[in-house]
Design a protein around this ligand. Structure first.
Ligand code: 58G
Length: 256
């Protein structure tokens, strides 16, 4: 996948390439990450990218130019690679919510072109002319689109074929079947008087799978019931959830 990011802070976005899953994917050439800085397209002496808002009020607004030129350059470079035009995506609190379903859809694409705003936002005429879709990572305000874009890149890249090893395949994750993840344990077998659940030491893979599903169902029910409202549970899942609620009644989750 090719990812182009328009940003006044290219070093911040490129820090994704330094470590971790995304860094590895870039080294392995499964992902190309390019950044485009509107500052480089500002022709005046002070390389101005912002201006005061019409109508007054605090803060500044990103000007149509040079941002339009930068988006145009990024678009041309991204399109050159594969022919078909790339969708231009803006990160903002006004966008569509980035859910795991949305991440899965984005991971199917050949290219992403992400536009990061700063200040109070971007001149709306630029949004109308150049932006194809708007995404939000959640209901809070950030001082720039970069962190939101980086969240999107991380979530998408880890779903690309070959990026995660067999070991921690994305299929094993939380949200894959719309449920929260089960708890995980590693050595030591006992920590401050708390033992690892016995079933995980049993070697009975069927029992382990059922325990994990039971935990996922129980945690989702107690912590995020909203995720389950539209989910059809099989009779077996209902039984596991019931068992969980009887076993963990007034324990763990309630105390948390
Ligand atoms: C219009 C309005 C265009 C994303 C604001 C651009 C970005 C939160 C999120 C903007 C963000 C999120 C200005 C600063 C948006 C820019 C940016 N805040 N929840 N801040 O995904």
């Amino acid at each position: 996948m090719r990812i182009d990011v328009v940003t006044l802070f290219p070093e911040l976005v490129q820090s994704l390439a330094q470590d971790g899953v995304v860094g590895r994917a870039i080294v392995d050439e499964r992902v190309q990450l390019a950044t485009w800085n509107p500052r480089d397209d500002a022709k005046d002496k002070h390389r101005t990218v912002d201006d005061r808002p019409y109508g007054g009020g605090p803060g500044m607004v990103m000007k149509v130019e040079p941002l339009r030129t930068t988006i145009g350059r990024a678009k041309a470079a991204a399109t050159e690679m594969a022919g078909s035009p790339v969708k231009v995506s803006l990160l903002s609190p006004q966008g569509q919510r980035l859910t795991q379903d949305a991440v899965r859809e984005l991971a199917q694409r050949q290219r992403l072109l992400l536009v990061c705003g700063r200040y109070e936002g971007i001149d709306e005429r630029l949004v109308a002319a150049e932006i194809d879709e708007e995404w939000s990572i959640g209901d809070y305000v950030l001082s720039g689109g970069e962190l939101a874009a980086m969240v999107m890149v991380d979530a998408v890249v880890r779903l690309l074929p070959g990026v995660l090893g067999h070991e921690q395949s994305a299929e094993q994750d939380s949200f894959v079947d719309g449920l929260l993840d089960c708890p995980h344990y590693t050595r030591p077998e006992e920590f401050e008087g708390h033992a690892v659940p016995g079933v995980l030491l049993s070697g009975d893979h069927g029992a382990i799978e059922r325990w994990r599903l039971k935990q996922a169902l129980g945690r989702t029910w107690t912590r995020r019931r909203d995720l389950m409202e539209h989910k059809e549970l099989t009779p077996d899942m209902k039984k596991l959830l019931d068992e969980y609620l009887n076993e963990y009644d007034s324990e763990q989750d309630e105390a948390e």
